[in-house]
Design a protein around this ligand. Structure first.
Ligand SMILES: [Zn+2]
Length: 431
């Protein structure tokens, strides 16, 4: 494969009838500049407002504009699949997107901007492509993003505009561009050496990947969970847990592939924003995905379904929260976000984040909404109410879970970071 591509390169170069010495001095550089999707709520995006007026029902990039800091990426020779950035001599598996600035020059509100380092294109490379997010890992690299025949210009600039699919037409017109083909770069009109492409939700869907049954079994092998009887020994007569004598440890065998199956089976063919519930029968837990929980995936794309978003959410996220909930006799959980392509940090884009908005323990009559009262609660102890203390315990369970990323459970109280006033965010380990 490598040999035949090298031959193709040789043929094409010799076809230009250039002596070898000139070929080796092409000295092409490419700089990628990524413009992250702007917020579309609170009238911050005039293109959204032009289409939907003040109807907030179709907002998708809310609360926290998209940014890509620390998102893994590589640049490859699109033909040989060899990595050209990071430089092979660095021995790094991937580079991480770092720089962030912002611009309001694209007529749709403020966008965060990442300018990647200028990449030197080796002379034998004809086409390049990106791999980003989980797809940058060496064992995956399934989807070539923006495969492109590198221009002969000494320094090409490639602009990538992240945006909702339904606002693309308006964005293109407002910026005097032409609609590029899907997953392709085209020359910027009237500017030498500059190119651009559009990154919408549908393209993010292709970059990211579903967690297959094999992935689920590998990441969440079967295990035995155990828990102590409920704290309350004054439970109502007839409560099931009353049959367990105090001090008796209860155990349950969990095959996560089977246990999580109802989650991954939900939402097939649906783009509905209505809330829905999933029963986790063997753990006795009801999961509610609240209204608009999948809004970012659905409304930034033409076709993403609820199920496609759920299947891009790591099984480790669901297993972590279900395990902690079961151990604490929590029987209802509400979730507000799972995989989503363009809201906030890289975590949900990579499927390793989950947002929890409510925990209920029916036996103890606890219905606790995870929402602080004001900024004064940030980085303060959990509330002293029974619900607040239940959250304190689930927080302890989560930070003690080896599959949860160190330091990456955020709450409206303990370990608060922007913008977590309205939910608890859990990050699990990258795959
Ligand atoms: Zn989150």
């Amino acid at each position: 494969m490598t040999g035949s591509t090298a031959t193709l390169a040789d043929v094409m170069v010799s076809g230009q009838n250039m002596p070898t010495q000139q070929v080796t001095s092409l000295n092409r550089m490419v700089t990628f500049i990524i413009y992250c999707a702007p917020r579309d709520d609170q009238n911050l995006n005039p293109m959204y407002t032009a289409v939907y007026g003040h109807d907030v029902a179709h907002t998708a990039v809310t609360d926290s504009a998209s940014y890509l800091t620390r998102m893994p990426y590589v640049v490859v020779d699109a033909d040989t699949k060899k990595v050209i950035w990071p430089m092979p001599s660095s021995h790094k598996e991937y580079d991480a997107i770092q720089l962030v600035s912002s611009t309001s020059a694209l007529h749709d509100g403020q966008r965060k901007v990442h300018t990647l380092p200028p990449i030197h294109i080796p002379d034998n490379v004809i086409r390049i492509a990106l791999h980003v997010a989980n797809d940058a890992y060496h064992y995956r690299r399934d989807f070539q993003l923006f495969p492109w025949t590198v221009s002969d210009a000494p320094h090409s600039k490639v602009h990538i505009y992240e945006l909702r699919s339904d606002l693309k037409r308006r964005f293109i017109d407002a910026n005097n561009l032409q609609t590029p083909p899907d997953n392709a770069l085209v020359a910027k009109p009237n500017v030498t050496g500059e190119y651009y492409g559009c990154l919408d939700g549908d393209l993010w869907l292709r970059i990211s990947h579903e967690f297959t049954n094999g992935d689920i079994t590998r990441l969440c092998p079967p295990e035995t969970l155990s828990r102590n009887p409920p704290a309350s020994t004054q439970a109502q007569a007839g409560a099931a847990q009353q049959t367990a004598a105090p001090g008796n440890v209860e155990q349950v065998q969990v095959d996560w592939l089977t246990t999580l199956a109802p989650i991954y089976a939900a939402g097939e063919g649906s783009r509905s924003m209505a809330p829905f519930t999933v029963e986790i029968g063997n753990l006795g837990i009801t999961l509610t995905f609240i209204a608009r929980a999948l809004a970012n995936a659905v409304y930034t794309s033409d076709s993403i379904t609820v199920q496609q978003a759920l299947r891009r959410t790591s099984p480790r996220t669901f297993a972590a929260i279900l395990k902690a909930a079961w151990r604490l006799h929590i029987d209802k959980l509400s979730l507000s976000s799972s995989w989503r392509p363009m809201l906030g940090s890289r975590l949900h884009k990579m499927g390793v984040g989950l947002d929890v908005t409510e925990i209920d323990d029916s036996a103890e009559h606890i219905d606790f909404t995870i929402h602080n009262r004001s900024h004064a609660d940030r980085n303060r102890p959990f509330p002293t109410s029974t619900g607040g203390q239940k959250l304190a315990r689930i927080y302890q369970e989560l930070i003690g879970d080896a599959e949860v990323m160190d330091g990456a459970v955020y709450t409206p109280w303990v370990n608060w970071v922007e913008p977590h006033d309205t939910h608890m965010h859990i990050t699990v380990k990258d795959e």
